[in-house]
Design a protein around this ligand. Structure first.
Ligand code: NAD
Ligand code: ZN
Length: 703
């Protein structure tokens, strides 16, 4: 069944988790390792918790390094980490008796922030991992093993007007219910008192938030958590069965939705001014389409998200767009401006005397009926995660609406979390962004020596890179290597022959769809050929001009509309990889050298034409980059060696080294460094320039 038929027939069901506990693995583990095993099992299961969400703990007996005596230590997931991927060092360890002793410093809810400051004083064994604000939830409960998670099926109950009744119906009083309270010491106290007053409960639903539950062993605790989520999912599925979600579909899924997204994202990105550059992420998964196409879409989207985890990632509410007006730039500009105004009004309404200054007011989540979900953030991973969190929020709304009315987080509560001084302190501690963070580059010939080195250089400083190359296997291999080195979010590849107009257009569309636009074009795809004039066939002549002249023209032309959008953010940059041979005549290479010269002059023409749009265009002229270049793998090497009457191995490298003024090899990484300079803001005032990277070649001095 296609997606359309599927989502209009019946609501997408909740996934029902099953235990993945393997006793053969568990039997060999120490108590602390068992906690880690349980945490990783829970965290790597997307039906249990979203990225970074939830925390787990165990109260273990340890030898005190000071006294040599046995003491009870709380091992609890530390601040920041993700239980799915954390290691043992991700746990904070604290003296349990000292944690319990902290209560004498607590007089009431106003002390929540103050209590966080006491946590480091309870550190056991000099563990540097900071304890999270959820620590009191674990320390104040008198149970050996405690799990706190935010599964969609549970939050759906926790964020519904029918949630408390459903909790009663599913678990018959075994699971308690606490009204919404922001995480912190007070919630810990309320929870502890609730459990004391209701000694039969085996867990407690935290309204608008998640669940906390416990058991006597790691295995029992894990299975208890999984069982509760499965109960909730099965219950919701029985309510959802047989009817479409959100009042049914009212919009048809657009068959060219990916192309629409590719056209829309750079325009939205260009409108998101006044902050750091954004990277986009597009999804047309079934959840997103089910939601944006539904009858209830506008009403529910306006309510915003519920769970603090979702809300912190996605902002108070998404921006929704009318699919019939996407071509209209004025409409988009107005929508973004309105969103920023609404955000500023929310800030003004809710701010307190000591609130931090207003942060970026641009939308994070943009929803378009028929098309899907687009998210923007200052880096790709954050944009992807924001999208995934909104997907979780959609699941929550679907379940919550099936048993009552969905309840979003109260505005003031949302604000107090977003502008929490502790949250602000966390942001202030974050390292400064890398110079190219938020920049998107497309590198043609990205599978080759200079192209790959350039891509690596740009990624090392925070850029996202689309590698475009006609060599399909090679470009995928290079991409996979970079995904390991820099993370899978920041690199994509596309098969593209720069002589093919349609393929070039598609490569830029892919870049827009995958990352949201373009800031940097590196036109680098190239070949080399050698032949005396009388032996230069029209075919050889055309091949050079097709790749080196027309190819640079086609890539620049397709990049232009994307680059133009970035004027308000400080502009964009095109870097051509020229050649020494573009400025200095070469024997027996007239087709190659004159085509390179054409490209270099094209760069100057484009520098003139691009300036009003903030597009800078500069050229790097390499020479004799032999190591790492595939151009030098083939006939070119033999032909050049032949032209100088030397062997094509070490002698050739030696020849070029000695020919240079500085007597040094030129490496792909040397070219990459020059490209980096011209691509980055370091050269913000330079356009129409050439940089020679050739270890010195007087013939190629520009004059
Ligand atoms: N290596 C040198 O000594 C040297 C000197 C001066 C200029 N250059 C220029 O540097 C650039 C990169 O060269 P390199 O040394 O890294 O060579 P390389 O062969 O290692 O890389 C070139 C890449 O371009 C790709 N390519 C070729 N034709 C293409 C097309 N039509 N469409 C898409 N991709 C295509 C190839 O598949 C290859 O991956 C070229 O423009 C070259 O002319 C190189
Ligand atoms: Zn929580």
């Amino acid at each position: 069944m296609n997606v359309q038929a599927q989502i209009s027939a019946a609501a997408i069901p909740f996934a029902v988790p099953a235990s993945r506990w393997d006793e053969a693995v568990a039997a060999k583990l120490s108590p602390a390792e068992l906690l880690l095993y349980r945490s990783n099992l829970l965290g790597s299961d997307l039906t249990v918790t979203n990225f970074g969400g939830g925390n787990t703990s165990a109260k273990l007996s340890e030898t005190d390094p000071l006294t040599g005596e046995e003491t009870e230590v709380l091992w609890v997931k530390g601040s920041g980490g993700d239980i799915g991927s954390m290691k043992l060092d991700g746990f904070a360890t604290l003296y349990q008796d000292k944690l319990l002793g902290l209560e004498k410093h607590y007089a009431g809810p106003d002390d929540d922030d103050k209590m966080v400051g006491y946590l480091p004083h309870c550190t056991f064994n000099l563990n540097a991992r900071a304890a999270s604000i959820d620590t009191p939830l674990h320390s104040l409960l008198p149970f050996a093993h405690v799990d706190h998670v935010h599964p969609d099926a549970i939050i759906a109950l926790a964020a519904s007007s029918g949630g408390e009744a459903a909790t009663q119906e599913i678990w018959g009083g075994k699971i308690g219910w606490l009204p919404w309270k922001r995480p912190g010491y007070t919630l810990g106290v309320q929870l502890r008192d609730y459990v004391k007053a209701n000694p039969h409960v085996e867990g407690v639903m935290l309204a608008g938030h998640g669940i906390i539950c416990w058991a006597d062993s790691a295995k029992a605790c894990y299975e208890h958590t999984i069982g509760l989520i499965a109960d909730a999912a099965n219950y919701l599925n029985s309510k959802l069965a047989g009817k479409p979600a959100f009042g049914g579909a009212v919009t048809v899924i657009s068959s060219d939705r990916a192309a629409i997204a590719a056209g829309l994202m750079p325009r939205l990105r260009g409108l998101m001014t006044g902050a750091r550059r954004k990277v986009g992420h597009y999804s047309d998964d079934a959840e997103a389409l089910e939601f944006v196409n539904s009858a209830e879409f506008e009403r529910l989207a306006a309510l915003g998200t519920s769970c603090p985890d979702h809300f912190l990632r996605t902002k108070i509410a998404p921006l929704t767009l009318d699919p019939a007006k996407l071509e209209d730039d004025a409409y988009l500009a107005q929508k973004i401006a309105d969103y920023r105004d609404l955000y500023a009004a929310y800030y003004e309404r809710c701010k307190r005397a000591n609130s931090p200054a207003m942060r970026d007011a641009n939308p994070v989540v943009v929803l378009v009926p028929g098309v899907g979900r687009i998210t923007f953030a200052t880096d790709k991973t954050t944009a992807r995660l924001a999208g995934e969190f909104y997907g979780n929020a959609i699941n929550v709304m679907r379940g919550a609406e099936a048993i009552g009315d969905y309840i979003a987080l109260d505005e003031q509560e949302a604000f107090d979390i977003e502008y929490w001084l502790l949250e602000e302190a966390k942001l202030q501690r974050m390292p400064a962004p890398k110079p190219l963070a938020g920049r998107i580059a497309l590198v043609t010939g990205g599978a080759g020596g200079i192209g790959a080195a350039t891509a690596a250089r740009l990624m090392a400083d925070g850029a996202c890179v689309m590698l475009a190359d006609r060599a399909a296997d090679a470009v995928d291999e290079v991409r996979d290597g970079f995904a390991k080195q820099f993370g899978k979010d920041v690199v994509r590849s596309v098969v593209c022959d720069v002589t093919d107009e349609a393929q070039v257009a598609e490569a830029f569309a892919a870049c827009a769809r995958e990352f949201g636009g373009l800031d940097i074009l590196v036109a680098n795809a190239g070949i080399a050929s050698s032949a005396p004039i009388e032996e230069t066939t029209v075919e050889l002549w055309d091949r050079n001009y097709d790749v080196l002249a027309q190819g640079y023209f086609l890539t620049s032309r397709s990049a232009w509309p994307l680059l133009k959008r970035m004027k308000e953010q400080g502009g964009s940059s095109v870097v051509f990889i020229g050649s020494k041979n573009a400025v200095a005549a070469a024997t027996n290479a007239s087709a190659y050298a004159s085509a390179k010269a054409a490209a270099n002059h094209l760069a100057r023409c484009l520098a003139l034409e691009g300036a009003p749009y903030g597009i800078r265009v500069n050229t790097v002229n390499p020479d004799a980059v032999i190591k790492g270049s595939r151009i030098w793998d083939g006939d070119w090497r033999k032909e050049r060696a032949g032209a100088y009457g030397i062997d094509s191995g070490a002698e050739l490298e030696e020849h070029y080294r000695n020919r240079s003024m500085l007597k040094r090899d030129v490496l792909p990484s040397d070219i990459a460094e020059a490209v980096y300079f011209l691509a980055s803001d370091m050269s913000a005032k330079s356009t129409g320039n050439m940089v020679n990277v050739d270890a010195g070649n007087a013939q190629a001095f520009t004059r």
